[in-house]
Design a protein around this ligand. Structure first.
Ligand code: 5AD
Ligand code: SF4
Length: 453
């Protein structure tokens, strides 16, 4: 870690998932000893990193238009006698389309895939010597984590912690198995060391990250898999809340479900994507579960932890999706009752099996289905938030709110909670009586004690 003041400015723009957020923080850490300090805008930056997402076409296109803007900014700056800005593209678009980026956008100095971030300092030095250097990433995440995590400096009382990367599931719509490689789990001892050091620096809540986090297969003396890992981390003093995302229904095993009944540190919020409620579509998606199988799984989870808030991902307009298939998705949503959810129009990704399937759905049909899906999910999210009014919930305060005297925290169910509270409560878990609910947040007042369990 460098104790000297930064001499160069680094701007990182992060697209896509939480794994990218974690990776962006690690890139900032690894560049800090080289004298790079973070800045909020690209204007004065010496180095700009776009940490990109390839999951849908829109996300990818945004990267190319941002690169166009950066190129103009760099030219103007050079014309005005300013210093040269180095432009790097990282993340899944770099991995999937590195050569195309170099061809389409000559302003890019370097392209670096998700497994090669620990080599960034060397790459930047090389690119300063000669333009056009590109490191082709292989899928060996070990070296990356070993090199990136010791420098960690958390910025708040909650932190992401990557425990697993990659995906072997090959859902037919998805690029992740191609951009992030096969499933790989970090050793439990390394994760524990990182979690311990975060807790020592004041972190009270970690969110364990993985493309298929519940496929985590490391073991420790507390047991195997994600359940064993959660048991181990729950013993760390000061670390009071553990979350994890994203899970696949196939890997939601009995041990993990049981851990939710036993470990108070495991928060009652589960992001468990189902994608569709039609068995025909699920089969074409290669999801390896049925709609009823998923609903039964949710029932088992709720038997272990009755107040579990469920979140999901949905895709509308997958090839071959008929009205009846879409109605089945609405039906599944009604049966499950979601606290929150993410919904997407199917986006054709080059190289994936679904992109070549017959029965591609017209854009207007996708739009209409997405609107109906969102109306239902919105109604459920509001109902879920309203159901908390009158309850007294333990809230972990994270930061000051927009109004003076106000703090923002999170309920166990991941809802943002606003309350009037002194700043010294940041980093503490405090009872808050919920008085009001909106679509995205709750408002409440400090209370003396929690409601009886
Ligand atoms: N089109 C639309 N949505 C997609 N997702 C993944 N691939 C695609 C695609 N080609 C969605 C899935 C996944 C989430 C991260 O993104 O719902 O769970
Ligand atoms: Fe993509 Fe499916 Fe793997 Fe999730 S489980 S990353 S949707 S292939």
């Amino acid at each position: 870690m460098s104790d000297t003041a930064p001499t160069k400015r680094l701007y990182i723009k992060t697209y896509g998932c939480q794994m990218n957020v974690y990776d962006s923080e690690r890139m900032a850490d690894v560049l800090s000893p080289l004298g790079y300090g973070m800045t909020d805008t690209p204007e004065g930056a010496d180095l700009v990193v776009l940490n990109t997402c390839h999951i849908r076409e829109k996300a990818t296109e945004k990267v190319y238009s941002e690169l166009g803007r950066l190129r103009e900014m760099r030219e103007e700056r050079l014309a005005g006698g300013g210093s040269r800005m180095t432009i790097a593209v990282a993340g899944c678009v770099a991995q999937a389309e590195g050569e195309e980026i170099m061809r389409r956008q000559p302003a890019v100095d370097l392209v670096v895939g998700p497994q090669a971030y620990h080599q960034l300092p060397e790459l930047i030095a090389r690119s300063h010597r000669a333009r056009g250097e590109r490191l082709s990433a292989d899928f060996a995440p070990e070296a990356k984590f070993d090199a990136l995590t010791p420098e960690r400096r958390p910025t708040g009382v909650t932190a992401f912690l990557t425990v697993q990367e990659g995906c072997d599931k090959f859902c037919t719509f998805c690029v992740v198995p191609y951009t992030r490689g096969g499933e790989w789990s970090r050793p439990a001892a390394d994760i524990e060391a990182e979690a311990r050091s975060l807790a020592e620096k004041g972190v009270r809540e970690v969110t364990l990250l993985g493309q298929n986090v519940n496929a985590y297969n490391g073991a420790n003396e507390q047991g195997a898999g994600l359940a064993g890992l959660a048991r181990r981390l729950a013993k760390i003093s000061g670390l009071d809340r553990i979350r994890y995302t994203t899970s696949h229904p196939r890997d939601m095993d009995d041990a993990l479900i049981a851990a939710h009944a036993e470990l108070p540190e495991l928060m009652p919020y589960l992001h468990l994507p189902v994608q569709s409620g039609s068995d025909k579509v699920l089969k074409a998606m290669n999801r390896a579960h049925t709609a009823q199988g998923y609903v039964r799984l949710i029932e088992e989870i709720r038997a272990a932890r009755p107040d579990m808030a469920i979140s999901g991902d949905f895709i509308v307009g997958f090839p071959g999706e008929r009205d009846a298939d879409f109605e089945a998705t609405l039906q599944l949503i009604r049966e499950v009752g979601y606290a929150t959810a993410f919904s997407f129009k199917y986006s054709r990704r080059p190289g994936t099996p679904a992109s070549a399937m017959p029965g591609q759905v017209a854009e207007e049909v996708k739009d209409e289905r997405l609107a109906r899906l969102n109306a239902l999910l919105d109604e459920q999210a509001r109902a879920f938030n309203r159901s908390q009014v009158g309850r007294t919930l333990p809230v972990l305060f994270e930061r000051p709110g927009r109004h003076p005297g106000q703090l923002i925290g999170r309920s166990p169910y991941l809802q943002a909670v606003y309350a009037t509270a002194p700043e010294r409560l940041i980093g503490q878990i405090v009872p808050v009586r919920i008085e009001d609910a909106a679509r995205m947040s709750l408002a409440g007042a400090l209370a003396q004690e929690l409601e009886p369990a």
